[in-house]
Design a protein around this ligand. Structure first.
Ligand SMILES: NC(=O)C1=CN([C@@H]2O[C@H](COP(=O)(O)OP(=O)(O)OC[C@H]3O[C@@H](n4cnc5c(N)ncnc54)[C@H](O)[C@@H]3O)[C@@H](O)[C@H]2O)C=CC1
Ligand SMILES: O=C(O)C(=O)COP(=O)(O)O
Length: 527
């Protein structure tokens, strides 16, 4: 039974999938401190959070069953991604579910700064009928600058166009072509700050975006500019904004997010009549909360059940077409790595993977992760596809990936060579339509067997009678052979035998086999 801890008031409707799952037990909790989480996390396989709970290195360190942290939302700045990756914990988010909600809040904020709706409301309910103070501005024919043209920024741009605004955008990853399609003019941050009447930010908070708008940018702004932040506190320098308002540069600002949340009671935004504030409500609509919780629950179930999942934040994204093409090979890749990992007793220095045939046309890096995971799991604790590459790198293990255009015999072929200081071993496998996964080469020997169960790999000299001797010895020890394959390069030369055995071969039988003079090596593998 998987145990999932659901924090931060994530929508019950959205996580219904988890409640309905027979293999999942859900606990909902709120407002736990780090210490309280550290105390209970060892019981859980997954934790789901919004932005309030900080999933720290300490919490993950204590979560020895923890496989996945699910963020029911976009920003993962409350999750220690590096710590998660090191421990092989998958971090997933729900990048699409709250785009419209946040975009709509942004627009509400833009309009509120233009028309001072919250300030007017406050006075009116306070008994004042003030029609002079609240003379606003129109959006039509104004310039809006959007910093960060991702999901939310692009939706804001669409709506701004409908309001008759000229849209300037800045995003290092936005191409001119795409900007043109959206009717957005590209500019630098400073360009935009000097031209825009409204500026709204929609980037994550990173080292590059922290205080992206600070004193120098406020100095460039037109008198009367209005600023909106519904992304992350810290993208706009809060103190510099207060100064720009005092200097008469900025006419109004609307902030949904703060450098520190919740802001201190004496935060200068909280009693400034030109600044509108909301308590991080961007994603707080019924629809968005349901969407993000559904998305994250689906992915958490996939991860817990060891099924393929779409995108993890701490793994490179895999486009759907690539995932579809590679998914059938994941098990083969892991089995090849698993087999190879059992062949060596010393540290692996290099893994060379060669993809040929159909596999040359796709980005095979997700498949390489499975191979590396398979190898490393015999050398290290807690290896999975999330941390496999990280662990390989941290151990100076060289991963070489090659592609050759066509395999002579197979439509697809994955060949993996493992090198240690003194030896190397090669395996190749393929996916045969109608037969599934097959190992088709061991070192230089052609073979053909399914990578599963208990295997005996025997090296010997190609002489008559050896197969009989091996069969008799195993049979007399009650070890039943399910399949047998012999591979050799030349008659009378060195050869190998691969036997699939119904159950684990006892150690004394392995020793008897090794004592047969014709056999040069006997090893047991379990896949
Ligand atoms: N207030 C709230 O409740 C919510 C806030 N957010 C925040 O909004 C932000 C944007 O969300 P999405 O649009 O969904 O993300 P997204 O990933 O689709 O877009 C972010 C964009 O920022 C751009 N970017 C990254 N570094 C940049 C830089 N240095 N300069 C300019 N652009 C840069 C990226 O290229 C990307 O296009 C995130 O930080 C997210 O956490 C999201 C949802 C709700
Ligand atoms: O999705 C995001 O990045 C958000 O900021 C939303 O935060 P929340 O889930 O409402 O705490």
């Amino acid at each position: 039974m998987f145990k999932v801890l659901v924090m931060d008031g994530i929508s019950d409707m959205g996580i219904q999938l988890l409640y309905d799952a027979a293999d999942v037990e859900v606990d909902k909790k709120n407002g736990l401190s780090e210490d309280e989480l550290v105390a209970i996390i060892p019981d859980y396989d997954a934790i789901l959070v919004r932005s309030a709970t900080k999933v720290t290195e300490r919490i993950m360190g204590a979560g020895n069953r923890l496989k996945v942290v699910g963020r029911a939302g976009v920003g993962v700045d409350n999750i220690d991604l590096e710590a998660a990756t090191k421990r092989g914990i998958v971090v997933i988010n729900a990048p699409d579910g709250n785009t419209i909600a946040t975009c709509e809040l942004t627009f509400a904020m833009i309009m509120s700064t233009a028309r001072m709706i919250p300030q007017a409301y406050k006075k009116t309910v306070g008994g004042e009928w003030d029609r002079k103070t609240f003379v606003g501005v129109e959006l039509r024919n104004k310039v809006i600058g959007i910093l960060g043209m991702g999901r939310i920024g692009s939706e804001v741009a669409k709506r701004a166009k409908v309001f008759g605004m000229e849209v300037l955008g800045y995003d290092p990853f936005l191409t001119e072509e795409r900007a043109e399609q959206m009717g957005v003019k590209l500019g630098t941050v400073n360009d935009i700050c000097s031209k825009a009447d409204f500026i709204t930010v929609h980037t994550p908070l990173t080292n590059e975006t922290r205080h992206m708008i600070s004193r120098p940018q406020f100095e460039l702004m037109k008198k009367g500019a209005r600023i909106v932040n519904c992304a992350r506190g810290g993208i706009i320098d809060e103190m510099a904004l207060v100064e720009a308002i005092e200097a008469g540069i900025v006419a109004g600002a609307a902030f949904d997010v703060f450098e520190s949340e919740p802001p201190a009671a004496d935060h200068p935004f909280l009693n400034n009549p030109r600044i509108i504030v909301t308590p991080h409500l961007g994603a707080s609509t019924i629809e968005a909360q349901e969407n993000v919780a559904i998305d994250v629950s689906e992915e958490v179930l996939h991860i817990l059940r060891e099924e393929p999942f779409k995108n993890a934040v701490n793994m490179p994204p895999v486009p759907a077409n690539v995932l579809n093409a590679l998914q059938p090979y994941f098990n083969l890749g892991e089995k090849l790595g698993d087999f190879l990992g059992q062949t060596v007793d010393t540290a692996v220095s290099e893994i060379t993977v060669n993809y040929s045939g159909d596999l040359t046309d796709v980005d095979t890096s997700p498949l390489t992760r499975y191979i590396v995971k398979g190898v490393l799991q015999h050398q290290l604790e807690g290896v999975n596809v999330v941390n496999a590459m990280h662990l390989a790198k941290s151990r100076n293990l060289n991963i070489v990936v090659q592609k050759s255009s066509a395999s002579k015999t197979f439509t697809n072929l994955v060949s993996v060579t493992l090198k240690t200081k003194n030896e190397q071993f090669t395996l190749a496998g393929t996916l045969l339509s109608g037969y599934g996964e097959r190992i088709v080469q061991i070192d230089q020997y052609p073979v053909d067997f399914a990578p599963e169960g208990n295997l005996l790999l025997i090296s010997h000299n190609d002489k008559p009678g050896i197969i009989g001797k091996v069969g008799t010895l195993l049979g007399s020890n009650d070890v039943n052979i399910a399949t047998m394959q012999v591979g050799r390069k030349v008659i009378g030369g060195s050869a190998i035998m691969v036997l699939t055995i119904d159950k684990h071969t006892p150690q004394n039988v392995l020793e008897q086999l090794a004592a047969l003079p014709e056999l040069t090596n006997v090893r047991e593998f379990s896949l």
